[in-house]
Design a protein around this ligand. Structure first.
Ligand code: ADE
Ligand code: ZN
Length: 347
């Protein structure tokens, strides 16, 4: 297998490849510094003495141990400006990492359950994304994600609260996701609300097979009829399922550093990302919740390349997959894939 030219620093070469990030929770980009600044601005008490104490607390044993801190951290987000600042800070990382396109998940219920209007959330995210389109040349979409530990009725209420805003944000809000505590909350719990979202013409994704079993990946595909699986790393437990994913070119939005931090894998060298890719699965690399897991998307590429000995061609395939698996129009994908081919040959 061809490897990177030894005179090209891996990180710089990877940065220059046009890429898309498809699995990113905007609430998971809240860095401790911004958490403190917003807490002060809004008079929200935090249970930490300082920024270092926040980072110290990020010792996770599983998904739930992370989610508890993630929801608590989001309590500092109150105003439209807060959501704008959060998104803009992420977009600066996106630009620094060479992302051409981002598809951001956001969890309205995390905010509406605290009394924040869904209009405030949309307005802040949208202002940042539209500004970045103009000033940074990064395109962005929004995936409104339902919290799966809450009821389907609550998901319907969230959808119904958001729908009147759709025409105002139809350049951004293209899809629906499903996240939060996976085990015990199978995809079929949300069958009816996903059917409604499909009728409404949204692109559909769902977290499945992160901590939950391969069966959840199957039901996300068969019952929710999703176009992409977020994580999906447990799919390899079921060879028939894996073959179906490969044949149907269903993208998996894999998040290696997240899987490491949440104990899905013990060591990055044991991650099945390379095995999935080499078996023909449409794997992409993403950051999930970079402020909590110690790395943005480029860190995930570099760490995976090093731990799994990914070749030059494999890294280009991962970048190409991210563009192909996006919800961008075909013409935009073609343009970015052409740019990727040119960038890959430089080096
Ligand atoms: N919400 C934010 N990050 C998540 C993850 N990795 N899994 C499930 N829900 C999430
Ligand atoms: Zn996620």
């Amino acid at each position: 297998m061809p490897h990177l030219p030894s005179d090209t620093p891996l990180r710089d070469w990877l940065r220059a490849l046009p890429k898309a990030e498809l699995h990113l929770h905007i609430e998971g980009t809240l860095e401790p510094e911004l958490m403190f600044a917003l807490a002060e601005r809004n008079g929200v008490p935090l249970p930490y003495a300082d920024v270092d104490a926040v980072r110290q607390a990020y010792q996770f044993t599983d998904l739930q141990s992370f989610l508890d801190l993630y929801y608590a951290g989001a309590s500092v987000l109150i105003t439209e400006q807060d959501f704008y600042d959060l998104t803009m800070a992420y977009l600066h990382h996106a630009q620094a990492d060479g992302l051409a396109h981002v598809e951001l998940m956001f969890d309205p219920q995390t905010h509406t359950h605290r009394g924040i209007a869904i209009e405030t959330v949309f307005a802040g995210l949208a202002r940042a994304l539209r500004e970045a389109r103009g000033t940074m040349g990064i395109s962005g979409y929004l995936l409104l994600s339902f919290l799966r530990h809450l009821s389907e009725e609550d998901a319907f209420a969230t959808l119904n609260a958001a729908l009147p805003l759709r025409s105002q944000y139809d350049d951004l809000w293209v899809g629906i996701g499903l996240d939060s505590s996976e085990r015990g909350n199978p995809p079929e719990k949300f069958a009816r609300v996903y059917a409604r979202c499909a009728e409404l013409g949204f692109h559909l994704v769902a977290h499945a097979g992160e901590e939950g079993p391969a069966d959840y990946v199957r039901s996300a595909l068969e019952i929710l009829k999703v176009a992409r699986i977020d994580h999906g790393v447990r799919s390899s437990d079921d060879p028939d399922l894996l073959q179906e994913l490969i044949q149907r070119r269903i993208p998996l939005t894999v998040c290696p550093l997240s899987n490491l931090k949440l104990g899905v894998v013990r060591d990055l060298s044991e991650h099945n990302l390379a095995r999935l890719l080499r078996a023909g699965a449409m794997v992409t690399i993403n950051a999930d919740d970079p402020a909590y897991f110690g790395g943005y998307v480029l860190d995930n590429y570099v760490a995976s390349a090093q731990a799994l000995d990914l070749s030059h061609d494999e890294l280009v395939t991962l970048a190409a997959n991210s563009l192909q698996a996006s919800f961008l129009p075909a013409a935009d994908k073609t343009r970015l894939l052409d740019q990727l081919a040119a960038a890959a040959s430089r080096g």
